[in-house]
Design a protein around this ligand. Structure first.
Ligand code: C2E
Ligand code: MG
Ligand code: MG
Ligand code: MG
Length: 282
């Protein structure tokens, strides 16, 4: 009896493993073709200051799979990081975002930075600086309008973080610390690394009023950022209450569904127009 059950469990387990392995192989195969078949898109999420002005955007990659529809980056980026495809994909995102941001400027819009996420694999590429440089040169985007997002764990684990960051900063681009507060317990890197901005992780914003400590944590991060002369943006802002709290704390910027999800470039342009025409909520 129990032997039989054990066998059943083992078989079920194997079937599950098979399904997971098959899925990963599928994704890998698809990813290899996705670049040349132009199945990636970059969507842009608006970033606003506390007066409701647009002050930037974050570029977020999407995979428009021919059969499965949009596959979110959380699903395919880990696979791409494992098989090395993240480097060409990441370079494509970088070039696309620079080109798009330059195109908005050429339309006569007020220039604002575009923020691009880097994977640790990209960060460790020996020619990362050249890749960034050529994305800027080819698009004609001025370096101050490009921001690169790294994470705490990346900063702590990459082979040559400090040197790479200083070289990137020397180009004139900005660097921000994404998902701040979730990655690493030591704050000593804040003095060591040339960082411009902290991005408060969305989990802290989500729990703002849920736990007693929620509000203290967010208030403390904002105050700390300002003491260190860094600017600070809150991610994942979904409600007016969260926005009001962040405003009281003198947080500089916000990003989240309260204003807008990530948008295709055309929709982003419309959002921007509506904001400037004052037809959008403040
Ligand atoms: P992230 O850089 O922290 O990006 C923010 C994520 O939060 C995005 O998810 C965005 O759509 C989502 N988000 C924005 N506002 C809200 C909100 O109000 N509520 C909630 N619940 N979520 C919100 P997305 O686009 O699925 O990206 C997930 C992660 O994938 C990103 O987290 C980033 O780590 C990674 N990623 C995205 N694009 C790229 C890329 O081009 N390169 C690399 N290396 N990583 C990327
Ligand atoms: Mg990010
Ligand atoms: Mg984040
Ligand atoms: Mg993240």
């Amino acid at each position: 009896q129990s032997k039989k059950e054990g066998l059943g469990r083992a078989l079920a387990y194997t079937a599950e493993m098979d399904a997971a392995t098959r899925e990963k192989l599928e994704l890998e195969k698809g990813l290899r073709e996705a670049l040349e078949r132009e199945q990636f898109e970059v969507h842009y999420q608006p970033q606003l200051d506390m007066f409701g002005n647009l002050i930037g955007s974050e570029a977020l990659v999407r995979w428009r799979h021919p059969e499965r529809g949009y596959i979110p980056p959380g699903v395919f980026i880990p696979v791409a990081e494992e098989n090395g495809l993240i480097n060409p994909i990441g370079s494509w995102v970088l070039r696309t975002a620079c080109r798009q941001n330059r195109a908005w400027q050429l339309e006569g819009r007020a220039p604002v930075p575009v923020s691009v996420n880097l994977s640790i694999k990209q960060f460790e590429q020996p020619n990362l600086v050249e890749i960034v440089q050529s994305a800027l040169a080819d698009s004609g985007l001025t370096p101050q309008y490009l921001e690169l997002e790294i994470t705490e764990s990346m900063a702590m684990n990459a082979a040559a973080t400090e040197g790479t960051l200083y070289l990137l900063k020397a180009l004139g681009v900005k660097v921000s610390m994404d998902d701040f507060g979730t990655g690493y317990s030591s704050l000593s890197y804040l003095n060591r690394f040339p960082i411009d901005k902290l991005k408060i992780d969305q989990s802290f914003v989500r729990d703002l009023f849920k736990e007693e400590s929620g509000a203290s944590i967010v208030a403390t991060i904002v105050a700390m950022a300002h003491h260190l002369k860094l600017s600070v943006i809150a991610e994942g802002v979904e409600t007016r209450e969260q926005l009001e709290f962040l405003r009281e704390q003198k947080c500089d910027q916000v990003q989240g569904y309260y204003y807008s999800p990530p948008l295709k470039p055309e929709a982003f342009s419309r959002f921007w127009d509506e904001l400037e025409n004052g037809t959008k909520k403040g």
